[in-house]
Write a protein that binds this ligand. Structure first.
Ligand code: COA
Ligand code: NAD
Length: 705
């Protein structure tokens, strides 16, 4: 027997323990250990009942995700069939987060108990998979087909109480799990309850009709945009309803195999590990300890400052919010109250929680009030002189051990940091709007940021439950730079060449983005990018035309939704975009001005390629400059902050999946047509010529770092 599965005799009972930290993933070694254990227990007539439990912080949180694509023997099916057909009762005791194959293991046992805090879930769809180790066949036999589909499509865990109500478990244990579970097993043996194989049960198919399935899939499509796995799961559950167990299991096996090798699952598995890799920052040793952050100062109660204050309040951290004038402070606080109250109205938090959060944000007009803060986040206008002045003051006011952060999107963080006189204490915390909702946080490492400050910023990101990606200083950092120097620049150029905002948005949305670039610009305000280009003087440094349509709209006051027109026209009080003939007239005029040849039709394929490929090219430059540690960080940034389709894994993964030599060839071709902007990034060229990939580049770099 291997050391990660152990067995202990307690009189006539056997306690089988899995110990595979950190999350007891059911890897091949665990499966082999369990099989071997059950072979031994079957042969031992003295064993009257078996209890399966896990050591450590959680029951098995699933299959070992890194095995997918080449799952080594023994199979889950073989293991679960062995457990299910064991001739004496098998009870499982769940704690922590029993997920995926962990729950499927429980389904294959004869009886299930869990402690009160346990959570059970089937998150496979988030990885583009279905519960393919019997889950889609056994779950409906316990909870009915309708509840099974709901649970699988939601992908979210449920509590032990809800699991008991559904019939997924038999008992909730209030005290110490193991002794109580052993007592349960003793009782089962004493009452001669015997084995109770799930496979032998009938499926309750009430309510599982085509209408229910269609509605459920429509709901899932909103949450899992562009994914096919929800449909696969519904097909597998239909098989459970229609077929005998073994035939259903066979059908599930075919679907599971297909899902495991699908492009969607490969992409989503990549993102699972990519989101966890971001916290491994080269040059930051484990011995660097984060400072405690209990009291935060936020400067500026505008769109971002307000959202940032709410994000901290949501995480239970008190905020001192500083504005420049009483009416602006009052307006900011009113918006904050409205945001928190709307979470309450939507049932996300209770009235008491809302009151507590509102009460934890205190307004002030006096920067000196920040003297006691552990962390100060500046979110005033994007104005270098203003930010410099504030950091000069903060250098004096803030405690010696305080962390000073700026939320600037486009300004040079190093210049701002130097002004404080203590640049080692300064870091960028680039939140995304709305800051209390968006998962992405770019953590900007300045030239002089101290390791301890960076570590603290990463810990703050985790506390806020955000995905914090460390980036270096450059114009727009990683995400906005790829957007402005690639994606939006090219979308704008396509309008000059004769595309319409409607076409570009339609193509990008059907590629899988949450929103097309022009609907997004109209929502964010066309003045935002315009002002940034003006302030930093970027337009003067770039060959024309460069964001000319957007900037002309901004000059004309066509700022988007907030002014009633932009790339689209809006009716009062309505956010529906309507095509605007004025925009076509404007693009025709600008095309003449800049000598751009217009075409009567631009193929959709070209639109998609010209918006997406510059992300890859600029991404490659960012990588080579060391602005981010790995290509997968850019995938995380674009899928969590910019609506890039998760089922495509992010721009760099998408490039790898397409093949870098193809991507490179297209960029070379575009460069021959548009010489200013499509110069292939040297890293992309090298990798393409070596027939390599960004993933391979990441792997080599990880070894070096
Ligand atoms: N397979 C392989 N590795 C896994 C894993 C799995 N099923 N679940 C977690 N891990 C790894 C993570 O990659 C991470 O490794 P790292 O420290 O080297 O980066 C480590 O375990 C801890 O996971 P993390 O997510 O950082 O911990 P957490 O406490 O925040 O969350 C879970 C714990 C179990 C809730 C979360 O890891 C999770 O949801 N796991 C996936 C569950 C899943 O999808 N299961 C279905 C698979 S069929
Ligand atoms: P905003 O105009 O909505 O808010 C800025 C606030 O700062 C205003 O309320 C203003 O009164 C206040 N302010 C100005 N001077 C001040 C001072 N001396 N002391 C205290 N408060 C002062 O702007 P915003 O959109 O919230 O942007 C703020 C910062 O966040 C900018 O640096 C911007 O680049 C960055 N940012 C914005 C977004 C976004 O989507 N809006 C996203 C990421 C980062």
């Amino acid at each position: 027997m291997n050391s990660i599965v152990s067995v202990e005799r307690r009189a006539a009972l056997a306690l089988v323990t899995i110990d595979n930290p950190p999350v007891n993933a059911l890897s091949a070694r665990v499966r082999a250990g369990l099989l071997e254990t059950f072979a031994g227990l079957t042969a031992d007539p003295g064993v009257q009942g078996v209890l399966i439990a896990c050591r450590g912080r959680t029951f098995a949180a699933g299959a070992d995700i890194s095995e997918f694509g080449a799952v080594p023997p023994p199979t889950f099916r073989e293991l679960f069939a062995t457990i299910e057909s064991f001739p004496r009762p098998v009870l499982v005791a769940l704690h922590g987060t029993a997920l995926g194959a962990g729950v499927e293991l429980a389904l294959a046992c004869h009886y299930r108990c869990a402690n009160r805090d346990a959570r059970l879930g089937l998150p496979e769809l988030t990885l583009g998979l279905i519960p393919g180790a019997g889950g889609t066949q056994r779950l409906p036999r316990l909870v009915g087909a309708k509840a099974a589909l709901e649970m699988i499509l939601s992908a979210a865990p449920i509590g032990a109480g809800a699991a008991l109500e559904l019939g997924l478990i038999d008992r909730v244990i209030e005290g110490d799990l193991l002794p109580a579970a052993l007592a349960c097993l003793e009782e089962l043996v004493a009452t001669r309850a015997g084995p109770r194989p799930t496979r032998a049960r009938a499926v309750d198919a009430r309510g599982f009709d085509p209408d229910f399935v269609t509605k459920s899939l429509a709901g899932a499509a909103k949450r899992m945009r562009g994914q096919e796995a929800p449909r696969w799961a519904a097909d597998a559950i239909s098989a459970a309803v229609q077929l005998p167990f073994d035939d259903g299991l066979r059908k599930e096996g075919e679907i599971a195999h297909h899902s495991e090798f699908s492009a969607e699952s490969k992409a989503l598995r990549h993102l699972f590990f990519a989101e966890r890799a971001v916290s491994r920052v080269p040059g930051l040793g484990d011995n660097v300890v984060a400072r405690p952050i209990n009291r935060v100062g936020v400067i500026g109660a505008g769109t971002m400052g307000g959202g940032i204050a709410v994000a901290f309040a949501d995480a239970g951290i008190g905020v001192q919010l500083v504005e420049s004038a009483p009416e602006l402070l009052e307006r900011g606080l009113a918006r904050i109250r409205a945001t928190i109250e709307s979470s309450m109205t939507r049932g996300r938090i209770t009235r008491e929680q809302a009151q507590e959060r509102i009460g934890s944000i205190e307004g002030s007009l006096d920067l000196e009030r920040l003297a006691s803060a552990d962390l100060i986040v500046e979110a005033v206008f994007e104005d270098l002189a203003l930010k410099k002045r504030i950091f000069r003051d903060l250098g004096r006011i803030a405690r010696r051990d305080a962390v000073l952060a700026s939320n600037t999107s486009t300004l040079d963080l190093n210049e701002i940091a130097d002004e404080s006189g203590r640049p080692q204490d300064v870091v960028g915390l680039h939140f995304f709007s709305p800051a209390n909702v968006m998962r992405l946080l770019e953590i900007v490492r300045g030239a002089k940021t101290a390791p301890e400050i960076l570590t603290t910023a990463i810990a703050v990101g985790k506390k806020l439950r955000k995905v914090g990606v460390v980036v270096g200083v450059c114009y727009g950092f990683a995400g906005n730079r790829m957007m402005m120097e690639g994606y939006l620049r090219e979308a704008d150029q396509l309008l000059l060449e004769g595309a319409t905002p409607e076409q570009v948005d339609r193509v990008i949305e059907s590629f899988g983005f949450a929103m097309g670039p022009f609907v997004m610009s109209d929502m964010a305000g066309n003045d935002v990018g315009f002002k940034a280009r003006e302030t930093v003087g970027i337009r003067a440094q770039r060959p024309a035309p460069y964001h000319e349509v957007t900037d002309e709209l901004a000059r004309l006051g066509k700022l988007g939704q907030k002014s009633g027109s932009g790339f689209y026209r809006y009716e009062a009080g309505d956010r529906t975009p309507h095509p605007d003939p004025d925009v076509t007239a404007l693009t025709e005029r600008l095309a003449r001005k800049f000598g751009v040849q217009r075409r009567s039709a631009i193929p959709d394929d070209e639109v998609a390629l010209r918006c997406v490929y510059p992300l890859i090219n600029e991404g490659a430059r960012i990588l080579e400059e060391g602005i981010v540690a790995r290509a997968s960080d850019l995938d995380v940034i674009w899928t969590t902050g910019y609506g890039f389709p998760r089922f495509r894994g992010g721009p760099m993964f998408y490039a790898d999946a397409t093949g870098l030599s193809d991507v490179y060839a297209q960029i070379v071709r575009l460069h021959s047509l548009h010489e200013h902007y499509w110069e292939p990034a040297p890293l992309l060229r090298r990798l393409a010529e070596q027939n390599s990939s960004f993933a391979a580049w990441d792997a080599v770099k990880a070894k070096r770092d």
